[in-house]
Write a protein that binds this ligand. Structure first.
Ligand code: PPS
Length: 297
């Protein structure tokens, strides 16, 4: 089944939800003047965006909880490509933190000409797909996902939001950004949140004492974010995002794909992803992170 025109905008070959994207918002993003001290967290959808919208303001404010307790995530760390940016851009504090789902080649020119920094967060594509499948059930501005298998076919063909996962990850592995880009994985954030926050603060040159680090890690843990109405999308009207169908902060774990994929589906999925990542020099553990299985059952 093709994506509905009513719900999606086609932008440079990518499907984007009309609910939050317009031709104007995409032009605004394209022409956006990034500043040297801007920070952009980039993700393929369902890879840790909301998490970074929590982590970044805390790191940039030395662990002050005020922004994450008083400003909804979409205004506190807005999406580069969404309509809200034009509304809130002028009042963003400096240094500005933004998020984006765009591939590298659709970044504004100012990314190259500025010294803005990028944090690229990736997640195991099987868990990305599972998270996205449930998200499609609760978000009325997206097409119904159909069966899990139908959704898997669409995901592998890139007939989903922001196109193919493999294209996105590859585009951000080959940039001219040098030491201006930090690669993080959702899996390492789950495994060691404090260590991940430390990597972010070191990358951004923000010294944080142990107490601030502790406060940030506590604020950003799944259970806390799940109850933070500024971060859990409960402020969005239910007819747009229905948390009773599937909460936006759903499980927050690694490896949930095991509860969804049959052995055949897993084999088919992995074969396609491996083939498309074949030319990458990276080992599969880097682009397809998987926590080690327990030593014994
Ligand atoms: S979106 O729609 O692209 O902005 O979604 P995104 O925020 O990238 O991804 C949503 C998934 O991230 C999980 N999440 C977290 N996991 C662990 N800890 C914390 N603090 C956290 N915050 C968000 C969220 O639960 C979604 O994953 P699933 O697997 O569906 O639970």
């Amino acid at each position: 089944m093709e994506a509905s025109e009513e719900k999606y905008l086609l932008h440079r070959g990518l499907l984007l939800p009309r609910e939050t994207h317009t031709a104007d918002s995409l032009t605004f993003a394209h022409e956006f003047e990034l500043r040297d001290d801007d920070i952009l967290a980039v993700t393929y959808p369902k890879s840790g965006t909301t998490w970074m919208q929590e982590v970044l303001p805390l790191v940039l404010n030395g662990g002050d909880l005020t922004p994450v307790q008083t400003i909804p995530n979409w205004d506190r760390v807005p999406w580069l490509e969404e309509t809200r940016l034009a509304i809130v851009a002028e009042r963003l504090p400096t240094p500005r933190a933004l998020v984006s789902h765009l591939p590298y080649h659709l970044m504004p020119k100012s990314l190259d000409s500025s010294k803005a920094k990028v944090i690229y967060v990736s997640r195991n594509p099987k868990d990305v797909m599972v998270s996205s499948y449930h998200f499609h059930k609760m978000a009325s501005f997206l097409d119904d996902p159909g069966t899990f298998h139908e959704f898997m076919d669409k995901f592998l063909q890139g007939k989903v939001l922001f196109g193919k996962w493999t294209d996105h990850v590859k585009s951000w592995r080959h940039t001219e950004l040098g030491d201006r880009i930090l690669y993080l994985t959702y899996e390492e954030m789950v495994q060691d949140l404090r260590g991940s926050v430390r990597r972010v603060s070191d990358f951004l040159g923000r010294a944080l004492d142990e107490e601030a680090m502790e406060r940030i890690a506590a604020q950003c843990c799944f259970n806390n974010m799940k109850t933070n109405c500024m971060s859990n999308y409960s402020l969005v009207p239910q007819d747009i995002m229905d948390n009773s169908k599937s909460p936006f902060l759903r499980k927050g774990v690694t490896g949930d794909w095991r509860n969804h994929f049959s052995a055949e589906q897993e084999a088919q999925f992995s074969a396609v992803i491996s083939r498309e990542m074949e030319a990458e020099e990276l080992s599969s553990s880097l682009w397809c992170p998987e926590p080690s299985p327990p030593a014994h059952q």
